[in-house]
Design a binder for this molecule. Structure first.
Ligand code: FES
Length: 169
Protein backbone atom coordinates (compact mmCIF):
# COMPACT_ATOMS: atom_id res chain seq x y z
CA UNK A 1 0.00 0.00 0.00
CA UNK A 2 2.77 2.46 0.90
CA UNK A 3 4.41 1.89 -2.47
CA UNK A 4 1.07 2.59 -4.18
CA UNK A 5 0.72 5.84 -2.24
CA UNK A 6 4.25 6.93 -3.11
CA UNK A 7 3.77 6.06 -6.79
CA UNK A 8 0.46 7.92 -6.87
CA UNK A 9 2.00 10.94 -5.12
CA UNK A 10 4.86 11.05 -7.66
CA UNK A 11 2.41 10.72 -10.55
CA UNK A 12 0.18 13.51 -9.22
CA UNK A 13 3.18 15.81 -8.75
CA UNK A 14 4.38 15.19 -12.27
CA UNK A 15 0.90 15.85 -13.67
CA UNK A 16 0.69 12.36 -15.14
CA UNK A 17 -2.83 11.08 -15.64
CA UNK A 18 -3.77 7.87 -13.94
CA UNK A 19 -6.43 5.37 -14.71
CA UNK A 20 -8.48 4.86 -11.58
CA UNK A 21 -8.09 1.29 -10.54
CA UNK A 22 -9.12 -0.28 -7.30
CA UNK A 23 -5.47 -0.24 -6.27
CA UNK A 24 -4.72 3.44 -6.86
CA UNK A 25 -8.19 4.57 -5.79
CA UNK A 26 -7.43 3.13 -2.42
CA UNK A 27 -4.08 4.91 -2.39
CA UNK A 28 -5.78 8.16 -3.48
CA UNK A 29 -8.17 7.96 -0.56
CA UNK A 30 -5.24 7.43 1.76
CA UNK A 31 -3.52 10.54 0.32
CA UNK A 32 -6.65 12.62 0.74
CA UNK A 33 -6.88 11.56 4.36
CA UNK A 34 -3.35 12.90 4.89
CA UNK A 35 -4.23 16.40 3.68
CA UNK A 36 -4.19 19.12 6.28
CA UNK A 37 -6.73 21.87 6.57
CA UNK A 38 -6.49 25.44 7.84
CA UNK A 39 -8.83 26.43 10.60
CA UNK A 40 -9.58 29.81 12.11
CA UNK A 41 -9.91 30.46 15.83
CA UNK A 42 -10.45 33.47 18.05
CA UNK A 43 -7.33 35.47 18.93
CA UNK A 44 -7.71 34.52 22.56
CA UNK A 45 -7.12 30.88 21.61
CA UNK A 46 -3.82 31.59 19.83
CA UNK A 47 -0.40 30.78 21.19
CA UNK A 48 -0.38 29.59 24.75
CA UNK A 49 -3.52 31.43 25.75
CA UNK A 50 -6.46 29.57 27.11
CA UNK A 51 -9.99 30.88 27.27
CA UNK A 52 -10.78 32.06 30.80
CA UNK A 53 -13.48 30.14 32.63
CA UNK A 54 -16.73 32.09 33.00
CA UNK A 55 -16.52 34.23 36.11
CA UNK A 56 -12.74 33.82 36.35
CA UNK A 57 -11.76 36.42 33.74
CA UNK A 58 -8.87 38.69 34.65
CA UNK A 59 -8.41 42.08 33.01
CA UNK A 60 -5.37 43.80 31.64
CA UNK A 61 -5.05 47.12 29.88
CA UNK A 62 -2.22 47.84 27.47
CA UNK A 63 -1.33 51.43 26.67
CA UNK A 64 0.04 51.38 23.15
CA UNK A 65 2.89 53.43 21.77
CA UNK A 66 0.28 55.74 20.29
CA UNK A 67 -1.38 56.23 23.71
CA UNK A 68 -4.46 54.10 23.02
CA UNK A 69 -5.79 51.91 25.83
CA UNK A 70 -6.82 48.37 25.02
CA UNK A 71 -8.36 46.13 27.66
CA UNK A 72 -8.60 42.35 27.40
CA UNK A 73 -10.15 39.53 29.39
CA UNK A 74 -7.52 36.86 30.02
CA UNK A 75 -6.98 33.75 32.07
CA UNK A 76 -4.81 33.24 35.12
CA UNK A 77 -1.34 32.08 34.05
CA UNK A 78 -1.28 33.86 30.69
CA UNK A 79 1.88 35.87 30.17
CA UNK A 80 1.89 39.43 28.86
CA UNK A 81 3.81 38.57 25.69
CA UNK A 82 1.26 35.95 24.63
CA UNK A 83 -1.62 38.29 25.46
CA UNK A 84 -0.11 41.14 23.45
CA UNK A 85 0.71 39.00 20.43
CA UNK A 86 -2.66 37.23 20.40
CA UNK A 87 -4.28 40.65 20.26
CA UNK A 88 -1.96 42.01 17.57
CA UNK A 89 -0.28 44.59 19.76
CA UNK A 90 3.18 45.80 18.80
CA UNK A 91 5.31 43.54 21.01
CA UNK A 92 8.01 41.70 19.08
CA UNK A 93 9.08 38.94 21.47
CA UNK A 94 12.14 38.18 19.35
CA UNK A 95 13.41 35.31 21.51
CA UNK A 96 10.00 33.68 21.82
CA UNK A 97 9.77 34.26 25.54
CA UNK A 98 13.06 32.67 26.59
CA UNK A 99 14.34 35.77 28.39
CA UNK A 100 17.09 36.40 25.86
CA UNK A 101 16.08 39.77 24.42
CA UNK A 102 14.28 42.85 25.66
CA UNK A 103 11.71 43.28 22.91
CA UNK A 104 8.85 42.41 25.26
CA UNK A 105 9.70 45.29 27.61
CA UNK A 106 6.65 46.73 29.37
CA UNK A 107 6.27 49.48 31.95
CA UNK A 108 3.95 48.37 34.73
CA UNK A 109 1.57 50.68 36.60
CA UNK A 110 3.34 51.34 39.93
CA UNK A 111 0.12 50.37 41.77
CA UNK A 112 0.61 46.80 40.53
CA UNK A 113 4.37 46.48 40.29
CA UNK A 114 4.87 45.01 43.77
CA UNK A 115 2.18 42.39 43.14
CA UNK A 116 4.42 40.71 40.56
CA UNK A 117 7.09 38.27 41.79
CA UNK A 118 10.56 39.86 41.64
CA UNK A 119 12.53 39.47 38.41
CA UNK A 120 15.28 36.85 38.46
CA UNK A 121 18.88 37.57 37.45
CA UNK A 122 18.31 36.65 33.79
CA UNK A 123 15.41 39.07 33.50
CA UNK A 124 17.35 41.82 35.27
CA UNK A 125 20.27 41.30 32.88
CA UNK A 126 17.98 41.72 29.87
CA UNK A 127 16.14 44.66 31.42
CA UNK A 128 19.46 46.45 31.87
CA UNK A 129 19.75 46.45 28.08
CA UNK A 130 16.23 47.74 27.39
CA UNK A 131 15.59 51.19 25.94
CA UNK A 132 13.77 53.52 28.29
CA UNK A 133 14.20 51.42 31.42
CA UNK A 134 12.05 52.62 34.33
CA UNK A 135 11.63 51.68 37.99
CA UNK A 136 8.64 49.52 37.07
CA UNK A 137 9.95 47.94 33.87
CA UNK A 138 9.47 44.21 33.34
CA UNK A 139 9.76 41.73 30.50
CA UNK A 140 6.27 40.79 29.32
CA UNK A 141 7.19 37.17 28.73
CA UNK A 142 8.18 36.77 32.38
CA UNK A 143 5.02 38.25 33.88
CA UNK A 144 2.07 35.91 34.32
CA UNK A 145 -1.43 36.99 35.15
CA UNK A 146 -2.62 36.26 38.68
CA UNK A 147 -5.75 37.25 40.55
CA UNK A 148 -3.70 39.98 42.26
CA UNK A 149 -2.93 41.48 38.86
CA UNK A 150 -6.57 41.72 37.79
CA UNK A 151 -6.98 45.22 36.32
CA UNK A 152 -3.25 45.81 35.79
CA UNK A 153 -2.20 48.48 33.31
CA UNK A 154 1.02 48.22 31.35
CA UNK A 155 2.51 50.60 28.81
CA UNK A 156 4.45 49.57 25.73
CA UNK A 157 7.65 51.62 25.44
CA UNK A 158 8.10 53.70 22.32
CA UNK A 159 11.22 51.71 21.37
CA UNK A 160 12.71 48.32 22.09
CA UNK A 161 16.15 46.93 21.41
CA UNK A 162 16.57 43.53 19.79
CA UNK A 163 19.94 42.03 20.65
CA UNK A 164 19.10 38.93 18.67
CA UNK A 165 19.16 41.04 15.52
CA UNK A 166 22.61 40.91 13.92
CA UNK A 167 22.07 44.44 12.59
CA UNK A 168 22.41 45.71 16.14
CA UNK A 169 25.98 44.39 16.47
S1 FES B 1 10.49 37.77 24.38
FE1 FES B 1 12.62 37.92 24.59
S2 FES B 1 12.87 38.39 26.67
FE2 FES B 1 10.72 38.31 26.46
Amino acid sequence: MLRNVLTLGRSLRSGQRLAITAKNASAQIQLQNQQRFFQMSAAVLHGHLKKPNPGEELHITFITKEGDQKTFEVAEGDNLLDIAQANHLDMEGACGGSCACSTCHVIVDPAYYDKIPEPDDDENDMLDLAFGLTETSRLGCQVHMTKELDGVRVALPTMTRNFLNKDMN
